[in-house]
Design a protein around this ligand. Structure first.
Ligand code: AHR
Length: 312
């Protein structure tokens, strides 16, 4: 990627045509790294100049990164908002500067939807729904059994967390015997996932849990690690449903330690590059406000040999 430091904004734009500022939210998972790579590779392939910044899961830092893009007078800003709220001031600054903003992966509160051009990402609510449908189907022959779900949630106030919770609740709400008995937060990281599950084990709070619904694979891997210190057999005594589809979790699915993996597609680059092309190269054509990417489900109910190898 071209390094733009040391150039004045005018020099950069005139020598290299289109300049894109890309602000990523963090590096918390293999999924996130694949997402970053997919976008950077596609932008590079399209010969855009890219200024890339990583907020390292710090909203203030991300806001400063976006401000620096505005100061550079980039042509367009691509940005994964760490959380749902708190972006209005900086997005208004971009709007006043006449710079289009595209949200990728995560979304912001809907009240601010006129502050960005387009959102390109997974349907988190559909993912939560798919996870819930798996649980409903798994226990459909046992309508009289009380099923207790432990929800291992991601970072609070982040759109995948809110929507994966909503979607899951909507699906299991159709069955009277399935309820979420507890929600804990693992911030989408392996360490935190392990820590919170270990705490529940220590306090003997896993004994009555039938299902672990985890909002991402990294936290699931942490939970699996914590379970090694117990006699609970993951995938058998405790049904595990996770979201993302990293290669390391597909391995756990094949080993029988995880029951269902709801895919969250990190390969956003193609969609982002096409949308930018349409917006900037082809005379400011309209692009849809919401662009969802294709996703699927892998589970012990399907043919595990058919799962394509992932590169993340
Ligand atoms: O925003 C998408 C989520 O964030 C992915 O599921 C997860 O792995 C990442 O941390």
């Amino acid at each position: 990627l071209t390094t733009l430091s040391g150039c004045s904004p005018k020099e950069v734009t005139s020598q290299n045509n289109i300049v894109i500022g890309f602000s990523q939210s963090g590096t918390e998972s293999s999924w996130r790294k694949a997402h970053t790579k997919s976008i950077l590779d596609s932008l590079k392939k399209n010969n855009y100049q890219v200024i890339y910044r990583n907020g390292l899961m710090d909203q203030e830092r991300q806001i400063q990164d976006i401000r620096s893009f505005i100061a550079y007078r980039v042509d367009l800003i691509v940005f994964t908002p760490l959380t749902e709220d708190g972006w209005e001031p900086v997005l208004k600054e971009a709007q006043r500067a006449g710079i289009d903003v595209m949200l990728v992966d995560r979304d912001i509160a809907s009240a601010s939807s006129d502050l960005y051009l387009s959102h390109i990402g997974p349907s988190f609510k559909a993912e939560g729904n798919r996870a819930g449908i798996y649980v409903n189907n798994y226990f459909k022959e046992q309508p009289d059994r009380e099923i207790n779900v432990l929800e291992l949630s991601g970072l609070t106030n982040a759109s995948p967390t809110t929507l994966r919770s909503d979607g899951f609740r909507e699906a299991i709400g159709r069955e009277q015997n399935i309820t979420i008995s507890q929600t804990v937060y693992g911030d989408y990281t392996r360490n935190k996932g392990k820590e919170v599950i270990r705490e529940l084990i220590t306090n003997n709070q896993l004994a009555t849990i039938d299902v672990l619904y985890s909002h991402n694979d990294e936290m699931t891997l942490g939970a699996l690690d914590a379970l090694k210190d117990t006699d609970i057999q993951p995938g058998k005594d405790l049904i595990i449903v996770t979201i993302d589809g990293q290669e390391n979790i597909i391995k756990e699915l094949r080993a029988g330690n995880v029951n269902c993996v709801v895919e969250c597609n990190p390969q956003a680059g193609y969609y982002v590059a096409r949308a930018i092309e349409r917006r900037l190269d082809s005379d400011h054509k309209q692009i849809p406000h919401e662009i969802y990417m294709p996703e699927t489900v892998f589970s012990d109910q399907g043919d595990l040999d058919m799962i394509p190898t992932r590169n993340y």
